[in-house]
Design a protein around this ligand. Structure first.
Ligand code: HEM
Length: 309
């Protein structure tokens, strides 16, 4: 299903500015759309995306999930985001007990303190940069509290995380800055990991480094490379996404003062508001998979070995 006047391109800043009209047309007119330039299939309807995300036997993450990073062979990375079951479950089970709703709720006081510490210096100011002075640093502090990253190291990790994920307009290959940032994170977390190997405790970081996992019937701890990948992902993944969500929340609530007033009057609406903000302006709007077998969707054959967005 290739519709000639529909064009979506995740590397195009102009489309990225307002992708919604074209996404609407894809959903309505071409729910399976082929991007000839980059040789991938885009599926855009909610139900299709949900099904594909769950069907890991057809749509694999193990060739990586970002188009410009995708590999010819599977399992070139042990980052959980680039893996499929059962290896994925093995990795996930290590951290799952630390991210239950009850455990996350216990973080509330610490998170409140972090937010207040960034709000205090802004008191009385008539103008400030919401992202640079506020939103950018909060997720870094929260993730660092969870992992045990010392305060003095957080700024650099945040900078590496942003440099890792940044793409210039039209940039379809990882550049020097992206690679250097990735190495910076890997080197940092290689040392970070040793701390927990030498001094085990009851934190999620210690579980990643020291827990014994059952890998296909073999009991073993994670290798150094697996630990570094885990920290690298958690250290970088939670930063940009949450900062983007906070930034678009401020912008959207500014643009919709009635909604903002409703929220201010009744904070119980917040959980729904967060869900709606995530839907309305998704911080991470495209994910890729590789098809492991032929699949037919809306009358269109997507061959095995295709990249699907
Ligand atoms: C607004 C906030 C966030 C958004 C929008 C977001 C978005 C996403 C998306 C879309 C994926 C799935 C990618 C795929 O299916 O290929 C993902 C996976 C992941 N994210 Fe986030 N994320 C957020 C916050 C965080 C935070 C705070 C952390 C860490 C503390 C985190 C850690 C991870 C991890 C470890 C995975 C891999 C999970 C797995 O494969 O089972 N994310 N995130």
């Amino acid at each position: 299903m290739s519709n000639n006047d529909i064009y979506f391109d995740q590397y195009d800043y102009e489309i990225d500015e307002n992708p919604y009209p074209i996404m609407q047309r894809m959903r309505d007119e071409a729910p399976v759309w082929y991007n000839e330039k980059y040789d991938y299939w885009a599926i855009s309807r909610y139900e299709d995306v949900l099904k594909a995300s769950r069907d890991t036997a057809t749509f694999s993450s193990s060739y990586k999930t970002v188009l410009e990073l995708m590999t010819d062979e599977p399992h070139q990375s042990s980052m959980i985001i680039n893996t499929d079951p059962p290896y994925h479950k093995m990795l996930r089970d290590i951290v799952a007990p630390f991210f239950t709703p009850a455990k996350v709720a216990q973080l509330e006081d610490d998170i409140r303190k972090i937010v207040v510490s960034y709000l205090k210096p802004l008191e009385g100011k008539t103008e400030f940069d919401f992202v640079e002075d506020f939103a950018r640093w909060i997720p870094m502090d929260v993730v660092s509290t969870i992992l045990g990253v010392p305060e003095e190291d957080r700024r650099q990790i945040n900078i590496w995380g942003n440099e890792l994920l940044h793409r210039d307009e039209g940039q379809t290959e990882p550049g020097e800055m992206n690679i250097a940032a990735s190495e910076g994170l890997d080197n940092y977390f290689a040392k970070f990991m040793l701390e927990f190997r030498n001094h085990p405790n009851n934190t999620v970081s210690s579980a990643i480094v020291n827990n014994i996992v059952n890998d296909n019937g073999v009991d073993r701890p994670l290798t150094d490379a697996e630990c570094i990948d885990y920290f690298h992902l958690i250290g970088a993944a939670g930063n940009e996404t949450v900062a983007r969500l906070l930034g678009s929340a401020a912008w959207l609530l500014g643009a919709h003062p009635k909604q903002r007033k409703l929220l201010a009057e009744d904070p119980k609406r917040l959980p729904h508001a967060v869900e709606e903000l995530l839907r309305f302006e998704a911080p991470s709007p495209t994910q890729f998979r590789r098809t492991l077998k032929d699949i037919e969707l809306h009358g269109q054959l997507i061959p095995a070995g295709s990249n699907v967005c």
